[in-house]
Design a protein around this ligand. Structure first.
Ligand SMILES: [Zn+2]
Length: 609
């Protein structure tokens, strides 16, 4: 994509050696965050602008912000991809001007988009050579706006990156890079080529490192007691080995995300995190995935060590209550019921700890967050024949309240993904990632939670899903997009098969090529006055070498201002980025002038936010 909003600029870190070899930092004011221990490695965009006008107002609603300092509101204002303000109808109405779209929510419930802290939505399809995009569509329809991929090796990462660069990632996708496979075999240190919290493509982020410590999909979860069929399951490492692995991940500045299903694995994972942290606060936000079997004495250790637990939603009650359980060798009996997904006890033993939700879809059959919410609150499950399995008392004791589960599915998952400055609550300055529901989960009978449906999903201010029949709740494309003339590119020279329009067509494969040595220029007419906050250039160049490129912009093509000069070694497919110290309004023309290059002057793509 080109002259559209580029929300991924919001969390921009300086491109590292792989994409921007030696180019000068864009600006001394740009966020530049090497992975420094003890500093949470997330940047935010700074203070939000609170003044109007807004592009979109959503009024007269029941807004669950998930922001503890301002939990309930009536209305929300959005500009571009960002929340401008959240408040009462009268406060928010002040942010209106003639261009603002005003939506009457008519009392509907609006809340942050759901955040799934651990799943396999894309990676499972990509591993199997299938198209993941239909699953993405369903996921968005379910109201999930951010998710995390938990089985990402180099090949999957490259496939995700290709999807992202083609503009096909419509959700925010966080990649957890594999240290081991699911059988505990170490894959190598390929992940060290990346940085924690690095954004590598639109909507695609590198987060932490995934380590399998016990069985599950390969072999069996490691228990401290015998399975009914014999054996205690499989640990993949000794305590010392896992200690060293977590320490290595931490030394590289990364969050460790350790798969631990059985209580013996869980204890080992807790020990390894405690070893690596050595008494320091868990600024790396090391996480333990699944936590399926927690021996009671291990419950308070999450808070003591500072570990982020990531837990399942809908419980597999049917297996526990039917004869089917006899077919599963690795299910413990009722006598260990208190250890099994004990979310009630986990919350009670760790007040204030951010516990995050995972669907683990498609390992588990659905990622519908309202179904998972229902499962966490009722511990019921819909059986394959459509009947409902009621939990026996020893299962029911693990149930949570809606008020506890919803933060896990939004702001706590944001925390687990180092994303809480951008998403997870509805607050001014965060991305406009939100859903409208047909009922209020805080008001309905718990049995009805699974029947709540999503009427609209918005990601970064764009409506990504609108339920049929509810179009009146769904803003159309933002006013700055509507009625804007299409951008037009012109250039000092072009090869006949490489016109200037190739630099703004959203395709990195097609190139504008001047067919000439410097000095050459390309100019983009945005079609109408626009606020510009960042520019990204995709290099087309052969041979590689020293280049100098100037960025000029302004309202009048004959009176442009030089705002930046890139100078340094560049190579083909590299990326040059510049974030303006503050956004410039009323820009219609942007001109890139290449002063120096060993190559014919050319660009793959010019992106403007
Ligand atoms: Zn998983």
């Amino acid at each position: 994509m080109t002259i559209k909003m580029l929300s991924y600029f919001i969390l921009l870190t300086i491109m590292t050696s792989c994409s921007l070899p030696g180019a000068e930092p864009a600006s001394p004011t740009q966020n530049s965050l090497p992975p420094t221990p003890n500093i949470p490695p997330v940047s935010s965009t700074g203070a939000p602008t609170m003044s109007g006008p807004a592009d979109i107002l959503l009024l007269n609603g029941t807004i669950l912000t998930m922001d503890e300092s301002n939990p309930a509101a009536q209305a929300i204002a959005i500009r571009g991809d960002t929340i401008l303000a959240v408040g009462s109808d009268s406060e928010i109405s002040n942010l209106q001007d003639a261009r603002t779209q005003v939506i009457d929510l008519n009392g509907s419930t609006l809340m942050p988009g759901f955040m799934d802290a651990h799943n396999h939505t894309f990676n499972e399809r990509l591993l199997n050579g299938q198209d993941p995009l239909p699953d993405q569509q369903t996921t968005i329809q379910f109201g999930i706006t951010t998710e995390a991929e938990f089985f990402v090796d180099e090949s999957i990462l490259n496939k995700l990156k290709a999807l992202a660069e083609a503009g096909n990632l419509r959700m925010r996708v966080n990649a957890y890079l594999l240290y081991t496979n699911n059988c505990g075999e170490i894959i190598g240190d390929w992940w060290k080529a990346y940085q924690p919290n690095q954004q590598i493509a639109p909507n695609l982020y590198i987060r932490g490192i995934k380590i399998f410590s016990d069985g599950g999909s390969c072999k069996a979860p490691a228990m401290s007691v015998d399975y009914p069929g014999g054996g205690k399951g499989d640990l993949f490492f000794t305590q010392d080995q896992l200690n060293q692995i977590v320490a290595e991940v931490q030394a590289a500045g990364f969050q460790a995300a350790i798969h631990a299903l059985g209580d013996r694995a869980l204890e080992q994972a807790q020990n390894a995190i405690a070893f690596a942290l050595n008494g320091q606060p868990n600024t790396y936000r090391h996480r333990i995935e699944h936590n399926a079997t927690i021996r009671p004495e291990l419950l308070p250790r999450y808070s003591e060590i500072g570990i982020v637990p990531v837990i399942f939603g809908a419980y597999s009650t049917c297996i526990r209550t039917t004869d089917e359980s006899k077919n599963f060798k690795y299910i413990l009996g009722e006598e260990y019921g208190a250890w099994d997904w004990p979310w009630r006890a986990l919350v009670d033993a760790n007040p204030g700890l951010p516990i995050a939700w995972q669907s683990d879809y498609p390992i588990f059959p659905t990622n519908n967050p309202l179904y998972h919410l229902w499962g966490m609150v009722t511990r019921k499950e819909v059986n394959t024949d459509g009947s409902i399995c009621d939990p026996p008392d020893w299962v029911k004791v693990g149930a949570l309240h809606v008020e506890e589960a919803l933060p896990m599915m939004t702001r706590n998952s944001a925390y687990a993904l180092f994303f809480e400055d951008e998403v997870g609550t509805l607050e001014a300055g965060k991305f406009a990632d939100l859903v409208i529901l047909n009922d209020n989960p805080l008001q309905v009978e718990s049995d009805s939670l699974k029947d709540i449906s999503v009427l609209m999903t918005m990601i970064g201010g764009n409506v990504e899903y609108c339920a049929t029949g509810f179009e009146s709740l769904c803003p159309s494309a933002s006013p700055s997009d509507v009625g804007a003339d299409s951008p037009v590119a012109t250039a000092s020279a072009s090869l006949s098969d490489s016109p200037a329009s190739n630099a703004i067509d959203g395709n990195l494969e097609t190139v504008w090529n001047s067919g000439a040595e410097p000095e050459q220029w390309i100019q983009i007419d945005l079609g109408n006055p626009t606020t510009v906050s960042a520019i990204r250039l995709h290099v087309a160049q052969s041979p590689e070498g020293e280049t100098t490129h100037q960025v000029w912009l302004g309202a009048d093509a004959n009176n442009l201002t030089l705002i930046h000069e890139f100078r340094g070694p560049t190579n083909d497919s590299g990326i040059l980025e510049f974030i303006l110290p503050s956004p410039i309004t009323n820009v219609q023309f942007i001109k890139i002038v290449t002063i120096q290059s060993p190559s014919w002057v050319a660009w793959r793509e010019i992106e403007i936010k």
